[in-house]
Design a protein around this ligand. Structure first.
Ligand code: BGC
Length: 773
């Protein structure tokens, strides 16, 4: 095993730095112009660079390639040694030092067993980096990322990532495949639940918060993990919202909408990237030099490593890009993928490709250097067992502090969509409440999709949460099943489309109640990877149930649990109160109950537009003007519209109500000499309750050399206000916040006329113009 004490490290530091520089030059001695190698590192410390270089100098080509090979957990590591098949092969490779990383091995005992083989049985004893999808928590589950985004609360989001890192690292995990920073505008795509929604600015802020939360200020601390910005790039734009589908987007969208959150993650110091399954403009992302070498490792100077998505190197064959596995490996490494997740191709093909002169060995050294660098940063070389303390695992998993944090996050993620006649909040006593819907009594669904580490049945259901308020009589009836299905990888999900046998009981409970709370929506496993939908209504017979109950009692509070925007026209027209409660994680039922009872005043705002009709999708607030915008009051055919539904969405991006009301006034804009623009306005809580408002600022660059969206979010602030309190809010926009990327990919700022809008959603009405000279 390689060990380097602090003392020896200091002594040899200078020498090692020199070795490192020489080696870097040596490794890059056959540079091909398009190949961005690891940039000489100014950010990470020289000592790590030197240690990496020293180690590289001792490694064979096969061992370097081994670092680029990642295997899925393959056998019960603490059980008997595998004798045949894939598992035996993986085991053999592990012992030879031909595996650099494993995913889906979790828990101290299991991780220790694989790490021990890598560290104690291989020639150089290079530790593995253990990866896992800690997407919104490990065992203690936070709201799905889209829901967290609805909080617009960067501090809370960062904290949520922090506790996920703490719990996961205590289970031996070093690296999470998160955050997903794909901007997405199409609710048909099941993976919108994993990201921060449709806006590049909000998405960038959240990307930074999540990276900082996972990685902390020091990656070598035992409670931090390396983060991974994924999926690079364009995955959120799969045609027709069908997962894995083709992506074809123009330069302007790529530069101004898709790239910003990735660039923000890079600037925040994210240590890894994952590429994506999709092709982008004809080239699969995994073999895409433009994305990975020119942009990421070139223009953005990213010095961490890129992992492929699961099997995505092999999939380049199915894309019709590589004729066989060997060519796929060649295209992937030349394209900039450093680590092969489960394609088995780097380990099989790279050495031959080098012999044949098809791949430059410098690229292998570069990829290994990037991977080793992150392992050093994690402190794995100082003590490969540092994350493997069973006592700590026991103490940390599910601890009270985490429960409190995910409860807080869950409350902040709830969006009040509608609240007619102040039906909400509920009174604390003296009411008969009929709670209806299978999801109300479900302890698994609220965990949502991508919560692979959590155990089924560990969420607090709405029924349990509501029962904590004992002043009211709560009856429960299911009404209709949403689904049968056990785990992420278990029983297939089946949706009830016909069985209405539960209707009569639900209707009779509703008849006798003062208020009906209906919990409807999607099962937690109805969104996520591979779960695209073309119908965005309430699945199964839930809509019929809602309408049937409405006939006997109109006092309905509709609580939605879902992983994506749904079509809610009927509900919006008829149901007085609608609460968007997503999949809120472990503390779901408590959070919902506390909001319904007004112990917590909701402040969430939608991070994605809710359409009126699937035919409007993709629909987003930052759209472009057409040459034929709305012609108000004119009964003409030839303008950009639909014949059957209006252009506007049902709920706009940024929408969300509170139990109090807010008023915006006195907008004042000052442009100063340094091209800074100050936007000031007053925000008043006009209601009777304390509340929090997400004040939003949007900009429109009215005329530009590349047309700009009708509105772009440029700033926001969470403002706490007591009843009748008023505050003056001020935002300052710097020069680079007024510019955009042109079609050459250059950032430009053009003088001219701009409009500013401020308000509580993207439909902000208070507006003013200014000119930038
Ligand atoms: C997903 C990734 C994920 C990986 C590993 C893939 O199917 O696209 O987001 O990190 O699997 O589980």
């Amino acid at each position: 095993m390689l060990k380097c004490t602090n003392k020896t490290m200091k002594k040899h530091k200078m020498l090692l730095v020199m070795v490192s520089v020489v080696l870097f030059v040596a490794c890059a001695d056959k540079p091909t112009d398009y190949l961005a190698l690891t940039p000489p590192n100014e950010n990470t410390n020289d000592l790590i660079e030197a240690r990496v270089a020293d180690l590289l100098s001792k490694m064979t080509l096969e061992e370097k390639i081994g670092q680029m090979n990642q295997y899925n957990g393959f056998w019960d590591v603490t059980g008997p040694t595998p004798q045949g098949g894939d598992a035996a092969k993986k085991y053999k490779h592990l012992r030879k030092g031909y595996v650099g990383s494993m995913l889906n091995v979790t828990g101290v005992k299991e991780v220790r067993a694989v790490q021990k083989i890598a560290v104690e049985e291989t020639r150089l004893g290079i530790p593995l980096i253990i990866g896992f999808d800690v997407i919104h928590g490990y065992k203690t589950i936070s709201p799905i990322p889209l829901a967290e985004a609805a909080s617009w609360d960067l501090k809370a989001i960062k904290h949520s990532a922090q506790i996920a890192a703490e719990e996961a690292s205590a289970a031996g995990i070093n690296w999470t495949f998160a955050p997903m920073v794909d901007v997405s505008r199409d609710a048909r795509w099941g993976r919108v639940m994993e990201g921060a929604g449709e806006d590049p600015f909000l998405g960038s802020q959240i990307a930074i918060a999540r990276v900082e939360g996972f990685q902390g200020d020091d990656l070598s601390k035992f409670n931090t993990v390396a983060a991974c910005a994924k999926h690079f790039a364009g995955y959120g734009f799969s045609e027709s919202g069908r997962d894995y589908n083709t992506v074809d987007v123009g330069t302007s969208t790529l530069n101004n909408i898709i790239f910003p959150p990735f660039e923000a993650a890079t600037k925040a110091g994210v240590r890894t990237f994952m590429n994506s399954f999709n092709e982008l403009n004809g080239i699969p992302a995994t073999g895409n030099k433009f994305l990975q070498r020119d942009i990421l490792k070139g223009k953005w100077n990213f010095d961490g490593f890129v992992v492929s998505d699961w099997g995505s190197i092999l999939e380049m064959q199915a894309h019709g890009y590589a004729k066989d596995g060997k060519q796929a490996a060649e295209l992937a490494i030349n394209g900039g993928s450093d680590m092969d997740m489960e394609s088995y191709l780097y380990v099989e093909e790279l050495a031959n490709l080098i012999k044949e002169g098809k791949v430059d060995e410098a690229l292998i050294t570069d990829a290994a250097r990037r991977i080793l660098r992150v392992k050093f940063e994690l402190g794995l070389f100082d003590d490969p067992y540092r994350y493997l303390d069973e006592q700590r695992e026991k103490e940390v998993t599910g601890k009270t502090e985490f429960q409190e944090a995910v409860l807080d996050m869950a409350k902040k993620s709830i969006v009040l969509l509608k609240n007619e006649n102040n039906l909400l909040p509920l009174k604390n006593s003296g009411q008969k409440i009929a709670l209806i819907g299978a999801l109300a009594n479900d302890k698994t669904s609220p965990l949502g999709s991508w919560r692979v580490g959590a155990d089924d049945g560990t969420a607090v259901s709405v029924l349990e949460g509501m029962k904590a308020y004992s002043g009211n009589k709560v009856s429960y009836s299911k009404g209709a099943d949403v689904s049968v299905g056990k785990t992420e990888f278990g029983t297939e999900l089946t949706i009830n489309t016909t069985d209405k046998s539960g209707f009569p009981q639900a209707i009779s409970e509703a008849k006798n109640a003062d208020v009906v709370v209906m919990v409807l929506g999607e099962h937690g496993l109805q969104s996520g990877e591979g779960r695209s939908r073309t119908d965005l209504g309430l699945p199964g017979v839930q809509q019929e149930l809602l309408e049937a109950v409405y006939k006997v009692n109109k006092n309905i509070i509709l609580v939605l649990q879902n992983g994506r925007p749904l079509i809610l026209n009927w509900a919006d027209e008829h149901i007085p109160a609608i609460v968007e409660a997503w999949h809120l994680g472990t503390q779901s039922g408590n959070a919902i109950a506390q909001v319904l009872y007004g112990d917590y005043n909701p402040s969430g705002k939608l991070p994605m537009t809710f359409p009126r009709n699937v035919g409007q999708v993709p629909i987003y607030y930052n759209y472009k003007h057409t040459g034929r915008p709305t012609l108000p009051g004119q009964d003409v055919v030839f303008w950009s519209h639909y014949q059957d539904v209006e252009n506007s969405p049902l709920y706009v991006f940024g929408h969300g109500l509170s139990y109090t009301n807010f008023e915006y006034s006195d907008l004042k804009i000052t442009v100063n000499a340094k091209e800074r623009v100050t936007v000031a306005f007053s925000l008043k809580n006009t209601g009777e309750r304390k509340g929090k408002e997400v004040a939003q600022l949007y900009l429109n660059d009215m005329f530009a050399s590349v047309t700009r969206p009708v509105k772009e979010l440029k700033a926001f602030e969470l403002v706490d206000l007591n009843p009748k309190e008023s505050k003056r809010i001020e935002f300052t926009l710097a020069k680079d916040e007024l510019g955009f990327f042109n079609n050459e990919g250059d950032f430009v700022l053009e003088p001219g006329d701009f409009k500013v809008f401020v308000g509580g959603s993207s439909a902000a009405k208070l507006e003013q113009k200014f000119e930038l000279k």
